[in-house]
Design a protein around this ligand. Sequence first.
Ligand code: AR6
Ligand code: MG
Length: 320
Amino acid sequence: MDLHDKFCGALLGTHAGDALGMPLEGASAASIKKRYGEVREMLEARLGKGTYTDDTEMMIALAESLLRCGDFDGADLANALLENFSLERGYGTGSKRAMELIRAGTNWEEVGKRIFKDGSYGNGSAMRIAPVGCLYHHDLHKLKKVAYASSSVTHAHPWGKEGAFLQALAVAKAVASDPEDVLDRTKYLQDLKNEFSADSPYLASLEVIEEHIQIKPDVEEVVAKLGNDSRAMNSVPTAIYAFLTHNHSFEETVVYAVSIGGDTDTIGAMAGAIAGGYRGKSAIPSRWLDVLERGTKGANYIEELATGLYNLHEEIVNQR
Ligand code: AR6
Ligand code: MG
């Protein structure tokens, strides 16, 4: 397996899914279908074709911080999120509040707790988690710790943290699986289910995925059963479902993910992270890669971050 290609796939997959979904954000599945039939090409978007939103911007911050510190460091991550923050990328209410608190000098361990009641359970900490899923795919104990801690900086609600962990785990399992083999979807799902307790909304959704994995229901039913909004519980399982029902192809996973409507950029970004971690950068259509944003922190930079994470991963594994 080409692990370097997989790390690049997970990070650029986030960018590609985010960019494909961005112009459709907030539209229902029915209205997307009516207007476009299906969305298979990058469309003109708010910030231009192939541009990314807060999802990828926060992922860049997380990767930068992991690389700078060689590990999770809450204070550094808080600074990195603020340094990268640009309002026009389209941040959620909770994340915007987090940036204000960080800017005001609030201790990083306090920030997440002061947002909504008991913290946010928005999908913001799950959509940026691909670097954690890659870096710690060989060590799920560490992965869990870092997923929770990295979430808590902005999304401290237990469901926010669990959502980030589930998405990190989904990416990690994809990175660890050989795309040349047939993916054992039953085992993949069971491995995810094993990490959640009976009272977790994520366990219930993973069971719904299990029931619907063979019979592909129509998109409306997926929305009704798994959700498509910006709460982590209503979007992380949806992205996993998109991957598991289309794991033969990166393109099909992401095209399907954005067709579900609602929080399309984020469901696209998360499905893209998993499918990219599974099949690698080489499976991302070149006509998509060609139009991805190429600024100072564009697709080339994201690929450099993925290479940095790959090198750091090799260092960590060799030290053990
Ligand atoms: N109580 C009630 N509602 C909540 C709670 C809570 N504790 N936590 C979250 N919500 P937010 P994000 C609801 O604002 O996760 C961007 O477009 C509430 O309705 O923390 O940073 C991104 O690209 C809240 O507005 O945002 C993502 O797609 C919503 O969940 C999306 O926004 C999202 O939580 C979410 O980003
Ligand atoms: Mg977004």
